[in-house]
Design a protein around this ligand. Structure first.
Ligand code: PNW
Length: 495
Protein backbone atom coordinates (compact mmCIF):
# COMPACT_ATOMS: atom_id res chain seq x y z
CA UNK A 1 0.00 0.00 0.00
CA UNK A 2 2.66 2.47 1.13
CA UNK A 3 4.99 2.02 -1.85
CA UNK A 4 1.98 2.30 -4.16
CA UNK A 5 1.01 5.69 -2.71
CA UNK A 6 4.61 6.85 -2.99
CA UNK A 7 4.65 5.66 -6.59
CA UNK A 8 1.45 7.56 -7.37
CA UNK A 9 2.77 10.72 -5.69
CA UNK A 10 6.06 10.25 -7.50
CA UNK A 11 4.32 9.96 -10.84
CA UNK A 12 2.19 13.02 -10.14
CA UNK A 13 5.23 15.05 -9.18
CA UNK A 14 6.97 13.86 -12.29
CA UNK A 15 4.09 14.90 -14.51
CA UNK A 16 3.94 18.28 -12.83
CA UNK A 17 7.67 18.67 -13.18
CA UNK A 18 7.57 17.63 -16.83
CA UNK A 19 4.58 19.79 -17.61
CA UNK A 20 4.99 22.93 -15.59
CA UNK A 21 7.15 24.63 -18.16
CA UNK A 22 4.75 23.77 -20.96
CA UNK A 23 2.18 26.14 -22.40
CA UNK A 24 -1.19 25.45 -20.78
CA UNK A 25 -3.42 27.72 -22.83
CA UNK A 26 -6.09 26.27 -25.12
CA UNK A 27 -5.55 26.47 -28.89
CA UNK A 28 -8.35 28.35 -30.68
CA UNK A 29 -11.03 26.22 -32.36
CA UNK A 30 -9.89 27.37 -35.78
CA UNK A 31 -6.32 26.11 -35.25
CA UNK A 32 -5.59 23.19 -37.59
CA UNK A 33 -3.90 19.99 -36.43
CA UNK A 34 -2.80 17.49 -39.05
CA UNK A 35 -0.26 14.97 -40.28
CA UNK A 36 2.03 15.02 -43.30
CA UNK A 37 3.43 12.54 -45.81
CA UNK A 38 4.94 12.73 -49.30
CA UNK A 39 4.19 10.70 -52.42
CA UNK A 40 7.53 8.99 -52.96
CA UNK A 41 7.90 8.22 -49.26
CA UNK A 42 4.60 6.34 -48.88
CA UNK A 43 2.84 5.49 -52.14
CA UNK A 44 4.85 2.72 -53.77
CA UNK A 45 3.31 1.68 -57.09
CA UNK A 46 6.36 3.27 -58.66
CA UNK A 47 5.45 2.07 -62.18
CA UNK A 48 1.82 1.07 -61.59
CA UNK A 49 -0.79 1.68 -64.28
CA UNK A 50 1.00 4.21 -66.43
CA UNK A 51 3.00 6.15 -63.83
CA UNK A 52 6.19 7.58 -65.34
CA UNK A 53 9.64 7.25 -63.79
CA UNK A 54 10.76 9.98 -61.39
CA UNK A 55 14.30 10.99 -60.45
CA UNK A 56 13.90 9.14 -57.15
CA UNK A 57 12.93 5.93 -58.96
CA UNK A 58 16.04 6.30 -61.13
CA UNK A 59 18.24 7.25 -58.16
CA UNK A 60 17.21 4.39 -55.86
CA UNK A 61 17.48 1.80 -58.66
CA UNK A 62 21.19 2.49 -59.16
CA UNK A 63 23.68 -0.30 -58.51
CA UNK A 64 25.38 0.12 -56.13
CA UNK A 65 22.56 1.88 -54.33
CA UNK A 66 23.14 5.24 -52.63
CA UNK A 67 20.44 4.34 -50.09
CA UNK A 68 20.93 2.59 -46.74
CA UNK A 69 20.20 -1.16 -47.01
CA UNK A 70 19.53 -0.68 -50.75
CA UNK A 71 16.00 0.39 -49.85
CA UNK A 72 13.74 1.87 -52.54
CA UNK A 73 10.29 3.48 -52.60
CA UNK A 74 9.03 0.85 -55.06
CA UNK A 75 6.42 -0.37 -52.58
CA UNK A 76 7.01 1.91 -49.56
CA UNK A 77 3.89 1.92 -47.34
CA UNK A 78 1.84 0.82 -50.38
CA UNK A 79 -0.44 3.79 -49.86
CA UNK A 80 -1.20 3.63 -53.59
CA UNK A 81 -3.35 0.64 -52.64
CA UNK A 82 -3.97 1.35 -48.97
CA UNK A 83 -5.05 5.01 -49.00
CA UNK A 84 -8.42 4.15 -47.49
CA UNK A 85 -6.66 2.61 -44.54
CA UNK A 86 -4.50 5.74 -44.20
CA UNK A 87 -7.59 7.93 -44.17
CA UNK A 88 -9.13 5.68 -41.51
CA UNK A 89 -6.06 6.33 -39.33
CA UNK A 90 -6.44 10.07 -39.89
CA UNK A 91 -10.11 9.84 -38.91
CA UNK A 92 -9.17 8.00 -35.75
CA UNK A 93 -6.64 10.71 -34.90
CA UNK A 94 -9.26 13.37 -35.47
CA UNK A 95 -7.04 15.60 -37.64
CA UNK A 96 -8.42 18.65 -39.39
CA UNK A 97 -6.14 18.29 -42.42
CA UNK A 98 -3.90 15.81 -44.20
CA UNK A 99 -0.81 17.09 -45.98
CA UNK A 100 0.22 14.79 -48.85
CA UNK A 101 1.97 15.36 -52.15
CA UNK A 102 1.04 14.57 -55.72
CA UNK A 103 3.56 12.63 -57.75
CA UNK A 104 3.97 14.72 -60.92
CA UNK A 105 4.92 11.67 -63.01
CA UNK A 106 1.91 9.67 -61.81
CA UNK A 107 -0.30 12.26 -63.51
CA UNK A 108 2.01 13.33 -66.33
CA UNK A 109 4.30 10.36 -67.05
CA UNK A 110 6.92 12.36 -68.96
CA UNK A 111 6.26 15.55 -67.00
CA UNK A 112 4.90 17.35 -70.04
CA UNK A 113 1.25 18.24 -70.41
CA UNK A 114 0.48 16.38 -73.66
CA UNK A 115 -0.01 12.96 -72.07
CA UNK A 116 -2.23 12.56 -69.00
CA UNK A 117 -2.32 9.30 -67.06
CA UNK A 118 -5.95 8.88 -66.07
CA UNK A 119 -5.21 6.16 -63.54
CA UNK A 120 -3.02 8.63 -61.65
CA UNK A 121 -5.78 11.22 -61.76
CA UNK A 122 -8.23 8.62 -60.43
CA UNK A 123 -5.91 7.76 -57.55
CA UNK A 124 -5.71 11.33 -56.26
CA UNK A 125 -9.43 11.89 -56.92
CA UNK A 126 -10.25 8.85 -54.82
CA UNK A 127 -7.90 9.93 -52.00
CA UNK A 128 -9.31 13.47 -51.96
CA UNK A 129 -12.86 12.11 -52.09
CA UNK A 130 -12.16 9.80 -49.15
CA UNK A 131 -10.75 12.72 -47.13
CA UNK A 132 -13.67 15.03 -47.94
CA UNK A 133 -16.19 12.32 -47.05
CA UNK A 134 -14.55 12.27 -43.63
CA UNK A 135 -14.35 16.02 -43.19
CA UNK A 136 -10.58 16.12 -43.49
CA UNK A 137 -9.17 19.04 -45.44
CA UNK A 138 -6.78 17.93 -48.20
CA UNK A 139 -3.58 19.99 -47.96
CA UNK A 140 -1.67 19.32 -51.17
CA UNK A 141 2.00 19.75 -52.03
CA UNK A 142 2.57 19.78 -55.79
CA UNK A 143 6.25 18.93 -55.62
CA UNK A 144 8.06 16.97 -52.93
CA UNK A 145 11.43 16.14 -54.61
CA UNK A 146 10.19 13.70 -57.29
CA UNK A 147 10.82 15.42 -60.64
CA UNK A 148 9.65 13.35 -63.60
CA UNK A 149 12.71 11.69 -65.17
CA UNK A 150 11.57 13.00 -68.57
CA UNK A 151 11.95 16.54 -67.28
CA UNK A 152 15.30 15.75 -65.68
CA UNK A 153 16.48 14.46 -69.05
CA UNK A 154 15.85 17.99 -70.33
CA UNK A 155 17.95 19.49 -67.52
CA UNK A 156 15.36 19.42 -64.76
CA UNK A 157 15.60 22.42 -62.44
CA UNK A 158 18.58 23.71 -64.46
CA UNK A 159 16.38 24.41 -67.47
CA UNK A 160 14.43 27.66 -67.26
CA UNK A 161 11.62 26.16 -69.38
CA UNK A 162 10.68 24.24 -66.25
CA UNK A 163 8.79 27.34 -65.16
CA UNK A 164 6.29 26.62 -67.93
CA UNK A 165 6.30 22.85 -67.49
CA UNK A 166 5.64 23.19 -63.77
CA UNK A 167 2.90 25.77 -64.19
CA UNK A 168 1.21 23.55 -66.81
CA UNK A 169 1.24 20.73 -64.27
CA UNK A 170 -0.02 23.04 -61.53
CA UNK A 171 -2.86 24.28 -63.76
CA UNK A 172 -3.89 20.71 -64.46
CA UNK A 173 -4.00 19.93 -60.72
CA UNK A 174 -6.04 23.07 -59.98
CA UNK A 175 -8.43 22.10 -62.79
CA UNK A 176 -8.75 18.49 -61.71
CA UNK A 177 -8.83 18.81 -57.93
CA UNK A 178 -9.32 22.50 -57.13
CA UNK A 179 -13.02 22.23 -56.36
CA UNK A 180 -12.09 20.08 -53.38
CA UNK A 181 -8.63 21.38 -52.45
CA UNK A 182 -8.36 24.75 -50.72
CA UNK A 183 -4.74 24.52 -49.61
CA UNK A 184 -1.98 24.21 -52.18
CA UNK A 185 1.76 24.27 -51.54
CA UNK A 186 3.92 24.46 -54.67
CA UNK A 187 7.25 23.19 -53.30
CA UNK A 188 8.40 21.28 -50.29
CA UNK A 189 11.81 22.40 -49.04
CA UNK A 190 13.26 23.48 -52.38
CA UNK A 191 16.53 23.92 -50.50
CA UNK A 192 16.92 20.13 -50.34
CA UNK A 193 16.08 19.77 -54.04
CA UNK A 194 18.61 22.40 -55.06
CA UNK A 195 21.41 22.05 -52.48
CA UNK A 196 21.33 18.27 -52.11
CA UNK A 197 20.09 17.49 -55.64
CA UNK A 198 22.27 19.88 -57.71
CA UNK A 199 24.89 21.15 -55.25
CA UNK A 200 26.39 18.38 -53.12
CA UNK A 201 24.58 15.79 -55.27
CA UNK A 202 23.74 13.40 -52.45
CA UNK A 203 20.01 13.44 -53.35
CA UNK A 204 18.46 12.68 -56.74
CA UNK A 205 19.32 13.60 -59.46
CA UNK A 206 22.84 13.47 -58.01
CA UNK A 207 24.29 16.49 -59.83
CA UNK A 208 27.41 17.86 -58.16
CA UNK A 209 27.57 21.54 -59.07
CA UNK A 210 27.71 23.55 -55.86
CA UNK A 211 27.01 27.23 -56.26
CA UNK A 212 26.30 26.99 -59.98
CA UNK A 213 23.52 24.50 -60.86
CA UNK A 214 22.50 24.85 -57.21
CA UNK A 215 21.62 28.53 -57.74
CA UNK A 216 20.14 27.91 -61.20
CA UNK A 217 17.79 25.46 -59.49
CA UNK A 218 16.82 27.94 -56.77
CA UNK A 219 16.21 30.60 -59.40
CA UNK A 220 13.99 28.35 -61.51
CA UNK A 221 12.08 27.03 -58.50
CA UNK A 222 11.21 30.58 -57.47
CA UNK A 223 10.05 31.52 -60.96
CA UNK A 224 8.05 28.29 -61.23
CA UNK A 225 6.40 28.99 -57.88
CA UNK A 226 5.41 32.49 -58.95
CA UNK A 227 4.11 31.23 -62.30
CA UNK A 228 1.92 28.64 -60.57
CA UNK A 229 0.63 31.23 -58.09
CA UNK A 230 -0.32 33.54 -60.97
CA UNK A 231 -2.09 30.71 -62.81
CA UNK A 232 -4.16 30.14 -59.68
CA UNK A 233 -4.70 33.81 -59.07
CA UNK A 234 -5.77 34.59 -62.64
CA UNK A 235 -7.73 31.49 -63.52
CA UNK A 236 -8.98 29.76 -60.38
CA UNK A 237 -9.01 31.92 -57.28
CA UNK A 238 -12.33 33.60 -57.96
CA UNK A 239 -14.19 30.31 -58.30
CA UNK A 240 -12.17 27.97 -56.11
CA UNK A 241 -11.33 30.40 -53.30
CA UNK A 242 -8.26 28.54 -52.07
CA UNK A 243 -4.75 29.54 -51.07
CA UNK A 244 -1.38 28.88 -52.68
CA UNK A 245 1.82 28.89 -50.68
CA UNK A 246 5.25 27.31 -50.46
CA UNK A 247 6.94 25.19 -47.80
CA UNK A 248 10.34 26.46 -46.65
CA UNK A 249 12.51 24.75 -44.06
CA UNK A 250 15.23 26.06 -41.87
CA UNK A 251 17.04 25.21 -38.72
CA UNK A 252 17.19 27.97 -36.12
CA UNK A 253 20.68 29.49 -35.95
CA UNK A 254 21.58 30.59 -32.46
CA UNK A 255 24.39 33.17 -32.07
CA UNK A 256 27.12 31.38 -30.11
CA UNK A 257 27.63 34.48 -28.01
CA UNK A 258 24.48 36.56 -27.87
CA UNK A 259 26.37 39.68 -26.89
CA UNK A 260 28.77 39.53 -29.85
CA UNK A 261 27.53 41.47 -32.86
CA UNK A 262 29.56 39.25 -35.19
CA UNK A 263 27.69 36.15 -33.95
CA UNK A 264 24.32 37.91 -34.21
CA UNK A 265 25.21 38.88 -37.79
CA UNK A 266 26.31 35.30 -38.55
CA UNK A 267 22.88 34.08 -37.42
CA UNK A 268 21.07 36.62 -39.61
CA UNK A 269 23.32 35.80 -42.58
CA UNK A 270 22.73 32.08 -42.34
CA UNK A 271 18.98 32.57 -41.91
CA UNK A 272 19.01 34.69 -45.06
CA UNK A 273 21.04 32.07 -46.94
CA UNK A 274 18.72 29.30 -45.80
CA UNK A 275 15.23 30.75 -45.47
CA UNK A 276 15.56 34.24 -46.98
CA UNK A 277 16.95 33.05 -50.30
CA UNK A 278 13.48 31.56 -50.91
CA UNK A 279 11.18 33.78 -48.87
CA UNK A 280 12.66 37.23 -49.55
CA UNK A 281 12.11 37.12 -53.36
CA UNK A 282 8.51 35.99 -52.80
CA UNK A 283 7.70 38.60 -50.15
CA UNK A 284 9.93 41.46 -51.29
CA UNK A 285 10.78 40.78 -54.96
CA UNK A 286 14.50 39.96 -54.84
CA UNK A 287 17.17 37.90 -53.11
CA UNK A 288 18.39 39.18 -49.73
CA UNK A 289 21.18 41.79 -50.05
CA UNK A 290 23.62 39.77 -47.99
CA UNK A 291 23.16 36.77 -50.30
CA UNK A 292 23.66 38.88 -53.44
CA UNK A 293 26.72 40.62 -51.95
CA UNK A 294 28.47 37.50 -50.68
CA UNK A 295 27.95 35.43 -53.80
CA UNK A 296 29.03 38.23 -56.13
CA UNK A 297 32.14 39.07 -54.12
CA UNK A 298 33.19 35.43 -53.91
CA UNK A 299 32.36 34.70 -57.57
CA UNK A 300 34.51 37.59 -58.81
CA UNK A 301 37.37 36.54 -56.54
CA UNK A 302 37.04 33.02 -57.96
CA UNK A 303 37.57 34.24 -61.52
CA UNK A 304 33.98 34.43 -62.73
CA UNK A 305 32.94 37.54 -64.64
CA UNK A 306 29.68 37.85 -62.74
CA UNK A 307 27.86 36.43 -59.74
CA UNK A 308 27.09 32.72 -59.78
CA UNK A 309 23.70 33.76 -58.39
CA UNK A 310 21.45 34.64 -61.35
CA UNK A 311 19.67 38.00 -61.36
CA UNK A 312 15.94 38.57 -61.69
CA UNK A 313 14.75 41.00 -64.36
CA UNK A 314 12.56 43.90 -63.21
CA UNK A 315 9.56 42.12 -64.72
CA UNK A 316 10.38 38.92 -62.84
CA UNK A 317 10.73 40.81 -59.55
CA UNK A 318 7.22 42.17 -59.95
CA UNK A 319 5.93 38.72 -60.79
CA UNK A 320 7.60 37.15 -57.74
CA UNK A 321 6.53 39.66 -55.12
CA UNK A 322 3.43 38.85 -53.11
CA UNK A 323 2.99 35.26 -54.22
CA UNK A 324 2.58 33.52 -50.87
CA UNK A 325 -0.97 33.31 -49.50
CA UNK A 326 0.09 31.01 -46.69
CA UNK A 327 3.67 30.20 -45.70
CA UNK A 328 4.48 26.60 -44.83
CA UNK A 329 7.31 26.21 -42.32
CA UNK A 330 9.16 22.95 -41.65
CA UNK A 331 11.03 23.12 -38.37
CA UNK A 332 13.11 20.38 -36.81
CA UNK A 333 16.36 21.50 -35.22
CA UNK A 334 18.92 24.24 -34.48
CA UNK A 335 22.64 24.97 -34.63
CA UNK A 336 25.03 27.37 -32.95
CA UNK A 337 26.69 29.84 -35.29
CA UNK A 338 29.62 32.24 -35.48
CA UNK A 339 31.53 33.70 -38.44
CA UNK A 340 34.01 31.34 -40.11
CA UNK A 341 37.54 32.19 -38.93
CA UNK A 342 38.96 31.53 -42.37
CA UNK A 343 36.37 31.31 -45.16
CA UNK A 344 37.30 28.83 -47.88
CA UNK A 345 38.09 31.09 -50.87
CA UNK A 346 37.28 28.34 -53.40
CA UNK A 347 34.07 27.09 -51.80
CA UNK A 348 30.85 27.50 -53.74
CA UNK A 349 27.21 27.03 -52.82
CA UNK A 350 24.99 28.05 -49.94
CA UNK A 351 27.12 26.31 -47.37
CA UNK A 352 30.35 28.09 -48.36
CA UNK A 353 29.04 31.39 -49.71
CA UNK A 354 27.45 32.24 -46.35
CA UNK A 355 30.87 32.14 -44.61
CA UNK A 356 29.23 31.03 -41.37
CA UNK A 357 30.39 28.20 -39.11
CA UNK A 358 27.63 26.11 -37.54
CA UNK A 359 27.67 23.19 -35.12
CA UNK A 360 25.43 21.34 -32.67
CA UNK A 361 26.81 21.14 -29.14
CA UNK A 362 27.30 17.61 -27.77
CA UNK A 363 25.00 18.25 -24.84
CA UNK A 364 21.94 18.82 -27.05
CA UNK A 365 19.83 15.65 -27.04
CA UNK A 366 20.45 13.50 -30.11
CA UNK A 367 17.84 11.70 -32.21
CA UNK A 368 18.53 8.75 -34.44
CA UNK A 369 19.17 11.11 -37.35
CA UNK A 370 22.64 12.52 -37.68
CA UNK A 371 21.41 16.00 -38.59
CA UNK A 372 18.90 16.40 -35.88
CA UNK A 373 19.12 17.25 -32.21
CA UNK A 374 16.17 18.15 -30.02
CA UNK A 375 15.84 21.94 -29.67
CA UNK A 376 12.21 22.91 -29.08
CA UNK A 377 13.17 26.47 -28.13
CA UNK A 378 14.67 26.93 -31.62
CA UNK A 379 11.31 26.45 -33.33
CA UNK A 380 9.84 29.31 -31.30
CA UNK A 381 12.82 31.48 -32.23
CA UNK A 382 12.50 30.58 -35.92
CA UNK A 383 8.81 31.49 -36.22
CA UNK A 384 9.43 34.75 -34.36
CA UNK A 385 12.27 35.61 -36.78
CA UNK A 386 10.03 34.85 -39.78
CA UNK A 387 7.28 37.04 -38.38
CA UNK A 388 9.72 39.90 -37.70
CA UNK A 389 11.35 39.63 -41.10
CA UNK A 390 8.26 39.29 -43.30
CA UNK A 391 5.62 41.31 -41.44
CA UNK A 392 3.82 38.59 -39.52
CA UNK A 393 2.58 36.62 -42.52
CA UNK A 394 -0.01 33.84 -42.19
CA UNK A 395 1.96 30.67 -41.49
CA UNK A 396 1.33 27.02 -40.88
CA UNK A 397 3.81 24.54 -39.49
CA UNK A 398 3.83 22.03 -42.34
CA UNK A 399 6.32 19.62 -40.73
CA UNK A 400 7.72 18.89 -37.32
CA UNK A 401 8.59 15.57 -35.75
CA UNK A 402 11.36 13.22 -34.74
CA UNK A 403 12.65 9.83 -35.68
CA UNK A 404 13.39 6.97 -33.35
CA UNK A 405 14.17 3.28 -33.58
CA UNK A 406 10.55 2.46 -34.21
CA UNK A 407 9.41 1.39 -30.76
CA UNK A 408 5.67 1.43 -30.06
CA UNK A 409 6.40 2.95 -26.66
CA UNK A 410 7.54 6.21 -28.16
CA UNK A 411 7.55 8.38 -25.05
CA UNK A 412 10.42 10.35 -26.55
CA UNK A 413 8.14 11.38 -29.44
CA UNK A 414 5.41 12.45 -27.02
CA UNK A 415 7.84 14.62 -25.06
CA UNK A 416 9.16 16.02 -28.33
CA UNK A 417 5.68 16.95 -29.57
CA UNK A 418 4.71 18.54 -26.23
CA UNK A 419 7.85 20.63 -26.06
CA UNK A 420 7.92 21.78 -29.67
CA UNK A 421 4.22 22.58 -29.84
CA UNK A 422 4.56 24.43 -26.54
CA UNK A 423 7.47 26.49 -27.82
CA UNK A 424 5.50 27.41 -30.94
CA UNK A 425 2.41 28.25 -28.86
CA UNK A 426 4.47 30.47 -26.54
CA UNK A 427 5.80 32.34 -29.56
CA UNK A 428 2.24 32.76 -30.87
CA UNK A 429 0.81 33.96 -27.56
CA UNK A 430 3.62 36.36 -26.70
CA UNK A 431 4.03 37.90 -30.13
CA UNK A 432 0.61 37.64 -31.77
CA UNK A 433 1.98 35.44 -34.50
CA UNK A 434 -0.45 34.41 -37.21
CA UNK A 435 0.19 30.66 -37.11
CA UNK A 436 -2.84 28.79 -38.36
CA UNK A 437 -1.94 25.19 -37.81
CA UNK A 438 0.53 22.46 -37.03
CA UNK A 439 1.31 19.29 -38.96
CA UNK A 440 3.24 16.29 -37.60
CA UNK A 441 5.83 14.61 -39.78
CA UNK A 442 4.72 11.92 -40.20
CA UNK A 443 1.52 9.89 -40.21
CA UNK A 444 3.47 6.71 -41.00
CA UNK A 445 6.98 5.33 -40.76
CA UNK A 446 8.11 5.71 -44.35
CA UNK A 447 10.97 5.91 -46.87
CA UNK A 448 13.28 8.44 -45.24
CA UNK A 449 15.38 9.27 -48.34
CA UNK A 450 19.06 8.30 -47.88
CA UNK A 451 18.23 6.46 -44.65
CA UNK A 452 15.64 4.25 -46.33
CA UNK A 453 13.29 2.58 -43.84
CA UNK A 454 15.79 2.67 -40.97
CA UNK A 455 14.75 6.11 -39.77
CA UNK A 456 11.24 6.11 -38.37
CA UNK A 457 9.20 9.30 -38.04
CA UNK A 458 5.68 7.83 -37.93
CA UNK A 459 2.90 8.11 -35.39
CA UNK A 460 2.02 4.70 -36.83
CA UNK A 461 4.53 1.90 -37.22
CA UNK A 462 4.56 0.16 -40.59
CA UNK A 463 5.71 -3.45 -40.92
CA UNK A 464 7.89 -3.28 -44.02
CA UNK A 465 8.54 -7.02 -43.87
CA UNK A 466 4.88 -7.83 -44.34
CA UNK A 467 3.26 -7.67 -47.79
CA UNK A 468 0.32 -6.06 -46.00
CA UNK A 469 2.48 -3.21 -44.70
CA UNK A 470 0.50 -3.51 -41.47
CA UNK A 471 0.03 -0.21 -39.61
CA UNK A 472 0.17 -0.24 -35.80
CA UNK A 473 -0.43 2.82 -33.62
CA UNK A 474 2.42 3.96 -31.40
CA UNK A 475 1.78 5.45 -27.98
CA UNK A 476 2.10 8.97 -29.47
CA UNK A 477 -1.17 8.39 -31.36
CA UNK A 478 -3.05 8.54 -28.06
CA UNK A 479 -1.26 11.73 -27.10
CA UNK A 480 -1.85 13.49 -30.42
CA UNK A 481 -5.51 12.40 -30.44
CA UNK A 482 -6.04 13.91 -27.02
CA UNK A 483 -4.23 17.10 -27.94
CA UNK A 484 -6.44 17.50 -31.01
CA UNK A 485 -9.61 16.75 -29.04
CA UNK A 486 -8.84 18.97 -26.05
CA UNK A 487 -6.74 21.54 -27.97
CA UNK A 488 -4.50 21.48 -24.94
CA UNK A 489 -0.85 20.37 -24.73
CA UNK A 490 -0.86 19.37 -21.06
CA UNK A 491 -3.40 17.40 -19.02
CA UNK A 492 -5.65 20.39 -18.61
CA UNK A 493 -5.60 23.94 -19.84
CA UNK A 494 -6.59 27.13 -18.06
CA UNK A 495 -8.97 28.56 -20.61
C1 PNW B 1 12.11 16.94 -44.44
N1 PNW B 1 17.85 19.08 -42.38
O1 PNW B 1 13.43 16.86 -44.84
C2 PNW B 1 11.31 16.45 -45.64
O2 PNW B 1 10.35 17.39 -46.07
C3 PNW B 1 10.67 15.12 -45.45
O3 PNW B 1 10.45 14.52 -46.70
C4 PNW B 1 11.52 14.27 -44.55
O4 PNW B 1 11.06 12.96 -44.45
C5 PNW B 1 11.52 14.94 -43.18
O5 PNW B 1 11.98 16.26 -43.25
C6 PNW B 1 12.33 14.20 -42.13
O6 PNW B 1 13.68 14.18 -42.46
C7 PNW B 1 14.48 17.41 -44.16
O7 PNW B 1 18.96 18.60 -42.65
C8 PNW B 1 15.74 16.90 -44.43
O8 PNW B 1 17.73 20.04 -41.58
C9 PNW B 1 16.86 17.45 -43.85
C10 PNW B 1 16.72 18.53 -42.98
C11 PNW B 1 15.45 19.04 -42.70
C12 PNW B 1 14.35 18.47 -43.28
Amino acid sequence: MYPLILLVIGCLLNTIKADNHLNNMTFPDTFMFGCATAAYQIEGGWNANGKGESIWDRFTHQVPSPIKNNDTGDVACDSYHKYKEDVALLVDLGVTHYRFSISWSRILPTGLINEINLDGVDYYRALIHELKENNIEPFVTLFHYDTPQGIEDLGGWRNSFIETWFSDYARLCFELFGDDVKYWMTFNEAKQTCVLGYGTGVYAPGVKSPGVAEYMCIHNVLKAHAAAWHVYNDEFRATQKGQVGIVIDSSWFQPENESLQADIDASETLLQFTFGIFATPLYMGDYPDIVKENVERRSLAQGYLRSRLPEFTEEEKIKLKGTVDLLGVNTYTSSMVRPLDVPDPEGKGLNSDCEVYQYQPDDWEKTDDVWMRVTPWGSGELVKWIARTYGNPPMIITENGRSDTGTLDDDARITFLMEYISSIKNAMDDNNLDIRGYTVWSLLDNFEWLFGYSSKFGLYQVDFDSPDRTRTPKKSVEYYKKLIRTRCIVDSCVN
